[in-house]
Design a protein around this ligand. Structure first.
Ligand SMILES: NC(=O)c1ccc[n+]([C@@H]2O[C@H](COP(=O)([O-])OP(=O)(O)OC[C@H]3O[C@@H](n4cnc5c(N)ncnc54)[C@H](O)[C@@H]3O)[C@@H](O)[C@H]2O)c1
Length: 442
């Protein structure tokens, strides 16, 4: 592993601690701002939407500098570089190839905001170059990529935060506290739903020439060669298996993750039951499912995930949400509110739990990025490490696989990394990379 600038700075700070008073003073009393060891130089690969959001959160902190931006679309790259310059007066170096970017020695950490099919290759390359990584969710676009990323992170010992920012959300932390303190009694069921209009995809349009300034070969990367179509490109790639997993994984990793967190589950499911179909009648540009009901039986409770793309309303009049069902109360929550609905004791007519309602709390996205920055400095494990990203991603990828091979029940053996009841499903564990790209070996 290449030695990392941060390690060097940390080492320098440690070795000089006994000889210079400056190193022991808090940064607030230093004459010239924070010590070099407090500075974090970040880069971003995949700049258009969420990646830029991640980067922007980090640039709200004075110790962070953006030293590099990388995107395969020149228009996006130049626009975002202009924003960084006008808003933060920073001048990152610009790249179209992340491999070239990783030769830049002063980068401490990389945000990865590309479509899902690129996460594995780019994250592993960053780790091998000694960089810390914030990788957007879902961690990988296949079971095997998630396995590889988890093993690579373990081997290289860099700090890795997966972008499941609900782990840093006040509302969900409160829900976990109530559940784990026994406030809702015995947890029996977690009902999750996501109904979003965008999930049905865009109107069908013909293929077209590659837009000027786009390196389409590099956008496709390990995915199969295809003619350019705007529907498979920026934003709407998420409806096609080559690059994403549709609404099931887009929102599923965030929401199913909360079900796993309630019982601190960090492993793959051992069985899942899936109904997956397309019941939205209009033909749209989409391969992923618009209607799914997924059941994850756990040891002594069950997680249900229900999605209907094309709708905007759902249970409890919420577009998406989670109901944690306990013997004494049900907690209903989304990212901005939490309500506890207590059960009534039929004899005493009293509530079995306290009524609660929360709507306050800090922005979870900002908190999640802040946690990453803190861990870069402390070298502690962030709140959403690869094991948690893998567990959430495997839960949703397996449901998509079940739908694709029309196998309502799938049984998984995590030791042999195989489904034990479906040879067809086993064909979808490892993605086939287009040459010259190959799956990293870990
Ligand atoms: N955490 C969240 O709440 C959240 C929300 C939205 C999206 N996401 C995730 O963020 C990621 C990006 O989603 P998006 O909506 O921003 O997608 P997007 O299509 O809007 O942006 C992706 C960007 O990556 C660039 N890109 C593609 N291949 C590249 C490569 N090889 N090198 C450099 N740049 C490359 C594209 O040109 C584009 O600018 C996805 O993994 C998505 O699931 C997370």
């Amino acid at each position: 592993m290449e030695s990392n600038r941060r390690d060097f700075i940390k080492q320098a700070a440690i070795t000089s601690a006994g000889v210079g008073l400056m190193t022991s003073l808090p940064s607030s009393v230093r004459a010239s701002g924070p010590a070099p060891s407090d500075k974090i130089n970040v880069a971003l690969v995949g700049c258009r939407n969420m990646g830029f959001g991640d980067l922007s959160q980090s640039l709200g902190y004075s110790e962070v500098s953006c030293v590099a931006l990388c995107d395969v679309d020149e228009t996006v790259l130049n626009e975002k570089a202009g924003l960084i310059q006008s808003k933060y007066n920073q001048h990152p170096k610009l790249y179209r190839d992340f491999r070239k970017m990783l030769e830049q020695k002063d980068i401490d950490a990389v945000f990865i905001g590309t479509p899902d099919h690129w996460h594995c290759l780019i994250m592993v390359a960053c780790l091998e170059a000694g960089k810390d990584v914030y990788v957007e969710k879902p961690m990988g676009n296949s079971i095997e990529e998630c396995n590889i990323m988890t093993r690579a992170a373990k081997k290289h010992k860099q700090v890795v935060q997966v972008g499941q920012q609900q782990r840093s959300g006040f509302i969900f932390k409160k829900a976990m506290e109530l559940i784990k303190n026994g406030n809702i009694g015995n947890l029996r069921k977690i009902n999750i739903w996501a109904n979003f209009e965008y999930g049905v995809g865009s109107m069908i349009i013909p293929d077209s020439p590659v837009p000027t300034g786009v390196d389409y070969e590099m956008w496709l990367g390990p995915a199969p060669q295809r003619a350019f179509n705007k529907n498979r490109f920026h934003g709407s790639w998420r409806h096609f298996w080559d690059y994403g997993g549709g609404l099931a994984s887009d929102w599923g990793v965030h929401l199913v993750d909360m079900g796993l967190w309630a019982r601190d589950i960090t492993t793959a499911p051992d069985r899942i039951l899936t109904y997956a179909a397309n019941t939205f009648r209009e033909k749209r540009a989409r391969e992923t499912f618009d209607t799914m009901t997924i059941c994850y039986p756990k040891k002594d409770f069950v997680i249900n995930y229900d999605l209907t793309a094309g709708l905007q309303r759902g249970p409890w009049d919420m577009t998406y949400g989670i109901a944690f069902v306990g013997d004494h109360a049900t907690i209903v929550t989304d990212r901005s509110k939490l309500t506890v609905f207590p059960e009534t004791d039929s004899k005493t007519k009293k509530f079995k739990a306290e009524e609660y309602k929360f709507t306050e709390g800090k922005d979870s996205h900002n908190e999640h990025v802040r946690n990453f920055l803190d861990c870069i400095k402390s070298r502690k494990t962030p709140v959403c490490p690869p094991e948690i990203g893998r567990a959430a991603a495997l839960h949703v990828h397996m449901a998509n696989i079940a739908g694709r091979v029309n196998e309502p029940v799938l049984i998984w053996d995590d030791v042999i990394n195989q489904f034990t009841n479906s040879p067809a499903a086993n064909q979808l564990i490892i993605p086939e990379y287009r040459k010259p790209w190959t799956l990293p070996k870990y």
